[in-house]
Design a protein around this ligand. Structure first.
Ligand code: EPU
Length: 338
């Protein structure tokens, strides 16, 4: 285990923010993680993995632990399903491609989500009608205070929309080291009801799609809307889609009858934040090197040398403008490191 000093985090966060870490350790196994957590003199730590859901706004004084633990283990299988334990440092999209190659179904709608597997449960990643919780069995995490390993089942994780125990009561207490997923080996559940997928399949003249067809459709849609972090720094959706009450929704649709929405329950309606932000005129706008993506207003981008503070202040300006125009408060989805 090597402690590196004063290293740039530019290549470790998908926003490409050039902040420095005073102390940085790459963790490739659980023993190293325990040892690093026992180091004296580092009361604060920052856990970094894919760096795909964070905005770093300053140099980091805390000890940065870069979780790069690899491995995929087959736990159980029968004729229909397979259970896999995937270590936290496995890249999510590479995992999706690997499962598809083996013919395992369940992850195809979540193709091309940036980041690593260990962080997937924290925000219950999801896309195109499927969320991690649909395939999730459990995860293992190391307690930061006493370094013991704890197993969490699905219920313990308290998943919600882009939400979990690890973002609330469990925040800052655990480091996830592995995730267990149950996938199908046959009779795959094909989820294609999400509008954009159906349209993409029609375009490709596919009526009975395989899991690979779904993955390819999702990849095409994402590539057309979402910037590749390797080319343009970003962190996927910067904001969560706000959920409003029935009474607020009634007033909102009276004023904006053409606004898209999804009904979550009889008293909860989700409004796409991308639409709200676009209506405020921000789509494609650029303020220095901080900007709003031209194809998806929910995504903030770094055109090159934006600082975390510049992106943060753009996000605050967007929140205020949306609030003034629609009386709806939108909240960041990304983890802001202040
Ligand atoms: N829309 C606009 N303008 C925009 C963007 C969107 O009017 O600039 C409208 C679209 O026309 C559509 C609606 O908003 O009617 C929804 O747009 P989209 O299908 O692109 O999905 P989203 O709600 O904006 C969410 C996730 C994405 C995920 C997609 C597909 C959140 C915060 N974001 O976006 O997740 O890929 O659905 O499932 O829930 C991520 O979390 O990083 C992410 C990219």
């Amino acid at each position: 285990m090597k402690i590196q000093q004063n290293i740039s985090l530019k290549d470790y966060n998908t926003f490409g923010i050039d902040a420095k870490a005073k102390f940085f350790i790459e963790i490739s196994n659980i023993n190293d993680l325990r040892e690093a957590l026992q180091l004296k003199g580092h009361p604060e730590i920052l856990v970094l993995s894919g760096g795909s859901n964070m905005l770093i706004t300053k140099d980091i004084e805390a000890l940065v632990l870069y979780i790069n633990i690899k491995g995929i283990e087959l736990l159980t299988q029968d004729d229909d399903t397979i259970t896999l334990k995937v270590m936290a440092g496995e890249n999510w999209h590479q995992l999706v491609l690997w499962t598809l190659q083996k013919g395992y179904g369940g992850l195809e709608n979540m193709s091309l989500i940036p980041g690593n597997t260990g962080t997937a449960p924290i925000q219950n990643i999801g896309a195109y009608g499927v969320e991690l919780q649909d395939v999730f069995v459990g995860c293992e995490a190391i307690n930061i205070d006493n370094q013991t390993k704890k197993s969490f089942n699905k219920e313990d994780c308290k998943f919600g929309y882009r939400d979990s125990y690890f973002k609330n009561e469990g925040k800052g207490k655990y480091i996830i080291v592995s995730v267990t997923l149950r996938l199908t080996k046959r009779n795959h559940a094909i989820h294609m009801s999400y509008g954009a997928i159906e349209a993409e399949l029609v375009k490709k003249k596919i009526d009975t799609p395989t899991i690979t067809d779904i993955s390819n459709a999702v990849i095409s849609i994402r590539k057309s809307k979402l910037p590749d972090p390797a080319e343009l720094g970003n962190s996927g959706s910067f904001f969560k889609n706000p959920i409003i009450s029935r009474s607020k929704f009634d007033t909102f649709t009276k004023d904006y009858p053409d606004a898209p929405y999804y009904k979550v329950s009889s008293d909860a309606y989700k409004i796409p934040a991308g639409w709200l932000i676009e209506q405020c005129g921000f789509k494609g706008k650029r303020f220095g090197d901080a900007g709003v993506h031209k194809h998806q207003a929910l995504v903030l981008v770094n055109h090159g040398r934006a600082t975390g503070v510049e992106i943060l202040s753009l996000s605050q300006r967007i929140i205020e403008t949306v609030k003034d125009k629609f009386s709806i408060t939108i909240h960041p989805e990304v983890n802001i490191i202040k």
